[in-house]
Design a protein around this ligand. Structure first.
Ligand code: MG
Length: 264
């Protein structure tokens, strides 16, 4: 079946439901991000996010997904994605990617950001800031009539011009009543003018991962945690986006009181 047939177009009502789920996930993400200080364990962060999500009458949608055991994916330093929260206590200077999902009223939220723990080197601050900019550049390309390759090539060009490499093995996705829907969304190696054509009502995630070294990754023996092949540092940001006739609409903003000090 051609890919277009498999992409579920959402109504305004469905987009609003996704935005509610996205808001809960975005708030929970920041509850964990605020608590991410030296000495705090990954399991403690996971519990904080889970408690917040359940209090909102939502469910942590990663928990149990293909057997994943936790609410958050917590990926420290050279961990790229899908880090399983454990008893590791955060250290000053760590780079922590927090990925959070919540299901509310039948719809899925999914969002991610990266923070520095305590005092972080200028090099890592640059990686984090550049990754966030790459994500927003991708969001800005979510326009009716553009193709995935137009977005991906812009993001790749931006990241590589700043000396970073985009991970190929882990990509974005459609989102709706299922956490992972069609289409698959890539951020590299997709030429302009190729890939699916964006239409109003498509809802996708923009979630590029930037590495300071090689884009290549390895999976840890736990079967989940992914790390960079060369042990260098990685960062990721993710927003859910609806493509509308008025332009991209971000579906994973937090409430104002949950925003982080640097405006994240
Ligand atoms: Mg995602």
């Amino acid at each position: 079946m051609p890919i277009r047939e498999q992409i579920r177009i959402k109504s305004r009502k469905e987009i609003d439901k996704l935005k509610e789920a996205g808001r809960v996930a975005a708030n929970a993400l920041r509850v964990a991000a605020r608590a991410a200080k030296p000495g705090v364990t990954l399991l403690e962060l996971d519990k904080l996010a889970e408690n917040y999500i359940r209090k909102q009458g939502a469910l942590p949608n990663y928990k149990g997904y293909r057997g994943f055991p936790a609410t958050l994916c917590l990926s420290v330093n050279d961990r790229v994605v899908h880090g399983i929260p454990n008893s590791y206590a955060l250290k000053d200077g760590d780079v922590l990617a927090i990925d959070c999902g919540a299901k509310l009223d039948g719809f899925h939220g999914d969002t991610c950001l990266t923070v520095g723990v305590g005092h972080v080197s200028e090099t890592f601050k640059d990686l984090i800031a550049t990754t966030q900019l790459a994500m927003f550049l991708g969001v800005s390309c979510c326009k009716v009539g553009l193709r995935m390759g137009d977005m991906a090539s812009s993001v790749q060009k931006f990241a590589e011009a700043r000396g970073y490499n985009i991970v190929r093995d882990y990509i974005g996705h459609g989102i709706g009543r299922d956490l992972h829907e069609d289409p698959q969304v890539v951020y590299a190696d997709q030429p302009p003018g190729t890939g699916f054509r964006m239409e109003a009502g498509m809802t996708i995630t923009i979630e590029p991962i930037l590495n300071t070294g090689t884009h290549k990754c390895l999976v840890e023996p736990d079967g989940w945690t992914v790390r960079t092949a060369d042990g260098k540092i990685s960062a990721q940001f993710e927003h859910m986006v609806a493509i509308t006739k008025n332009g991209p609409e971000i579906l994973s903003y937090p409430d104002t009181e949950f925003e982080l000090e640097d405006g994240l």
